[in-house]
Write a protein of this length. Structure first.
Length: 216
């Protein structure tokens, strides 16, 4: 280990992104306890999302997963994208065997991206693309600022909240393309559905939703 890395580890010891515990020697990325105890989904538990062929997620959105994702999105923890994206890439590899042409994401509105400093779904998508050996490209834009889905009521309210908020970037044609659509979490599925519909209108023949976590 380089001296600088040793010094940084002494000053800022790496912590598990889920439980927050300082990692012990030999633990890489996350602690051994969370590896065993996290709420993993099973292959047959894909979520049904309108306009998506399927929606895959490695984890259920609860307990430490919820806390870790909250820190990633709102606590400036953008470095968590490497581990979270790796888990998503493995989920995609294990559970989707059909061809894929590219990876894309459900984008933030520019106003919210400027405030946050990064787009959490984009970072995840680029990590998935890196590990899957596929191009990760922006294909969509959010043309209407909306209330956060987490602060919106039931499924119908969430669907209404994002209706018409996304469109394919002007001039892009996805005729015949098979696309993996990335977001951080699937709750009602409304955001993924709106984004997938926009990709379908632009010609995509297959859209696979892929999120880090999903609500039960």
């Amino acid at each position: 280990m380089k001296p600088l890395h040793v010094l940084l580890d002494l000053l800022y010891p790496p912590k598990c992104p889920f439980c927050g515990r300082i990692l012990e020697r030999g633990e890489e990325g996350w602690c051994a306890s969370c590896q065993e105890e996290l709420p993993w989904t099973e292959p047959g538990q894909a979520k049904a999302v309108e306009f998506c062929d399927t929606c895959l997620s490695p984890l259920w959105y609860q307990a430490g997963v919820r806390k870790g994702l909250h820190r990633y999105k709102f606590g400036g923890g953008r470095g968590r994208a490497r581990l979270f994206g790796a888990l998503m890439a493995q989920c995609l590899k294990d559970r989707w065997t059909e061809p894929v042409d590219l990876i894309t994401w459900a984008p933030l509105h520019p106003k919210r991206r400027r405030k946050r400093g990064y787009d959490q779904a984009e970072l995840l998508a680029r990590r998935v693309g890196e590990l899957a050996g596929l191009p990760a490209e922006q294909t969509l834009e959010k043309i209407r600022s909306t209330a956060a889905q987490s602060q919106t009521g039931g499924n119908e309210a969430r669907k209404t909240n994002v209706q018409g908020a996304y469109r394919a970037l002007p001039g892009l044609d996805f005729t015949g393309k098979r696309i993996v659509l990335v977001d951080d979490v699937a709750t009602s599925g409304a955001t993924l559905s709106e984004c997938a519909a926009a990709l379908r209108r632009a010609g995509a023949v297959c859209v696979v939703g892929l999120t880090f976590a999903r609500a039960r």
